[in-house]
Design a protein around this ligand. Structure first.
Ligand SMILES: Nc1ncnc2c1ncn2[C@@H]1O[C@H](COP(=O)(O)OP(=O)(O)OP(=O)(O)O)[C@@H](O)[C@H]1O
Length: 386
């Protein structure tokens, strides 16, 4: 998608006059006796890029559809800016939704697809022509205006859908898995463009995705959902570095999780040093905000914070490191910049994942079948209370 040729003054015309945030207060959605979204509270700051992230069926799309007004809410309140929108139809909410399937009209040209929403709003022909032409320029499709959707690539169709959603100047753009139909290369390129457009327009974007890489690269705010509830809200850096639950740790990255029982908690500066007894593996030390002795809990260590050492040099390493296990390397996978190794713990068979930059791996490569010491520092290991 080429960079737009629009100057600052023209852009002011394209951007809505105000940027608004979203507030969800105790929002629940039930389908009969089934609760799809349960009592969620969420504040999305004005002008931010927010991703709703979670596995299939966790309630992401339902949440977005309730914000758009395509789904009634069972209880609670939704505010767009200062306006309580519970009873407003979608057309009165200053939102625009871009669907996963793009939902383009197959028999209309690119121009007419983008023009459609403006026509429905009764905007004059001259104004419509001005806006459609500007928007097609922004998404780099001016020369495709007379084509029909079937004559476009997937990426171009995606840009038509985006142009159609943006042309009505919504205050909030809602995107339902907008990149899922694109191939890997185009997906990465397009997400950069989406982020650029969002920054340029300064409007609030809310996107549904089940892909954590996508959420990390796009968002100011990530909302991790599970079974109709919000598990964690945070910046990509917070979610990556400090997941708060086993679910978030599993869903958002290559984290190794150990379950056990808390046997001691010692204050350590702002945090607590937690000692967890993991059956058959012994004591692991980790960092937590709070932990209760005797509680069943878990800890997580990222695949890139694990260290491997040959068995014969292990003793010197372990003195300064509380956590150590022995494991056999069962698979090594070269993925370009990163090399991944899967190991099986000698005592329990639990699999753990190790990731290193390939250049580091090359300095001390290990072999499949080799038994090694696996160590990690307590400060890299995060306590998970649930
Ligand atoms: N109209 C409906 N009637 C009954 N149940 C529904 C309806 N729409 C959604 N659900 C259920 O609500 C739950 C949440 O659905 P939702 O579409 O919000 O999930 P999602 O997280 O967006 O999943 P996906 O990533 O697969 O789209 C699912 O269990 C789904 O089956």
């Amino acid at each position: 998608m080429p960079s737009p040729q629009i100057d600052e003054a023209e852009l002011h015309e394209l951007v809505p006059a105000t940027t608004v945030g979203i507030l969800l207060r105790s929002v629940t959605k039930k389908y009969g006796s089934f609760t799809a979204v349960e009592n969620i509270n969420l504040e999305i700051p004005p002008g931010s890029y927010c991703c709703l992230l979670g596995p299939s069926g966790c309630g992401k799309t339902t949440t977005m559809r309730m914000i758009a007004g395509h789904e009634d809410i069972t209880s609670g309140d939704i505010y767009i800016g200062d306006l309580r929108v519970n009873d407003l139809p979608p057309t009165k909410r200053s939102t625009s939704m871009m669907f996963q399937s793009y939902a383009l009209f197959p028999h209309k040209t690119v121009w007419d697809n983008v023009d459609f929403g403006l026509k429905m709003k009764g905007i004059s022909k001259a104004e419509r022509e001005h806006r459609v032409s500007e928007m097609l320029e922004i998404v780099g499709l001016s020369s495709f205006a007379r084509r029909k959707p079937a004559q476009l690539s997937g990426g171009q169709q995606q840009r038509v859908a985006l142009a159609r959603a943006l042309v009505t100047r919504p205050q909030v753009l809602l995107l339902d898995e907008p990149l899922s139909a694109l191939d890997e290369n185009l997906r990465i390129k397009t997400r950069t463009e989406l982020r650029r457009l969002q920054k340029q327009f300064g409007m609030t974007f809310i996107q549904v995705t089940h892909n954590h890489d996508e959420a990390y690269s796009l968002s100011d705010q990530i909302v991790v959902m599970d079974h109709g509830r919000i598990d964690q809200v945070g910046t990509p850096q917070e979610i990556f570095a400090k997941p708060i639950s086993q679910f978030v740790a599993r869903f958002t990255g290559d984290n190794n999780i150990f379950m056990g029982k808390v046997i001691s908690v010692v204050q350590n500066g702002q945090n607590y040093l937690v000692q967890l007894n993991v059956p058959d593996l012994g004591s692991f030390f980790c960092q937590g905000d709070y932990a209760q002795v005797e509680a069943n809990a878990a800890c997580t260590i990222r695949a890139d914070r694990v260290h491997l050492t040959p068995l014969e040099v292990a003793s010197s390493v372990t003195e300064s490191n509380h956590n150590q296990v022995t494991a056999r390397i069962v698979a090594i996978e070269f993925t370009g910049y990163i090399t991944r190794a899967t190991l099986a713990l000698e005592r329990t068979g639990q699999e753990i994942l190790y990731k290193a930059r390939t250049s580091d791996w090359m300095e001390q490569p290990f072999n499949e079948g080799q038994v090694v010491n696996v160590t990690w520092a307590a400060e890299d290991c995060i306590f998970l209370s649930h």
